[in-house]
Design a binder for this molecule. Structure first.
Ligand SMILES: O=C(O)CCC(=O)C(=O)O
Ligand SMILES: [Fe+2]
Length: 194
């Protein structure tokens, strides 16, 4: 059901957001998994330049051989979604990349689209938020800029946000609490030179 709603919303609005897609148990397992991992400061663009003016989160990429059941559940969710999107819209999705992202207090990610200049192999962005008990005032909302309006969404635990990567301008507002997520991109292999 979730997958069907998700595909419909992506088709009609280029955007899907829903709370409680993953349970608090699943969120807990992913938080535990993130605590075992090594994070590095996130970079910008192909060269991974560090620029604290643009983004100040820390990330830990998933690898080819993840063994945590919680991560595998997330990957299976993405696989089912990619297969459905390919069947319905021939998007040619054939790969996936993802990282945990940890935003320390005060950090943010300024307005951007999710493709490096001259590349558009990121087709759909999928984010699972891992913050239990997120309240108004905690900041860290994701802000989507669309058709001259702004949509503010909470990074509350278990919520999933998906959008079309190439033309969705978005940003992460400064967070007042540590903010954790699992962020990924469904890829197709087409990379066009700039
Ligand atoms: O965590 C979010 O809400 C968005 C993160 C983001 O825009 C990115 O990692 O490209
Ligand atoms: Fe992004």
């Amino acid at each position: 059901m979730i997958i069907k709603n998700l595909v419909n919303d992506l088709h009609e609005k280029g955007l899907f957001y829903q709370e409680s897609v993953f349970s608090f148990n699943e969120v807990d397992d992913l938080i535990k998994e993130s605590n075992t991992r090594f994070f590095v400061k996130a970079g910008i663009g192909k060269n991974k330049d560090i620029d604290n003016e643009i983004r100040s989160d820390e990330i830990s990429w998933l690898t080819e051989n993840e063994s945590s059941m919680a991560v595998i559940r997330f990957l299976n969710f993405v696989k089912e979604l990619s297969e459905t999107l390919n069947q319905e819209f021939f998007l040619g999705i054939n790969d996936f990349e993802a990282h945990f992202a940890n935003y320390p207090v005060g950090s943010y990610y300024k307005t951007h689209v999710d493709n490096f200049r001259g590349q558009n192999n990121r087709v759909i962005t999928v984010i699972l938020y891992l913050n239990k008990e997120w309240k108004d005032g905690d900041g860290g909302e994701v802000c989507i800029h669309k058709n001259n309006s702004e949509i503010l969404l909470s990074p509350s635990g278990g919520s999933v946000l998906c959008f079309v990567s190439k033309d969705t301008l978005h940003e992460v507002l400064p967070t007042n609490k540590i903010r954790l997520s699992l962020t990924g991109w469904m890829l197709n292999s087409k990379i066009f030179p700039s």
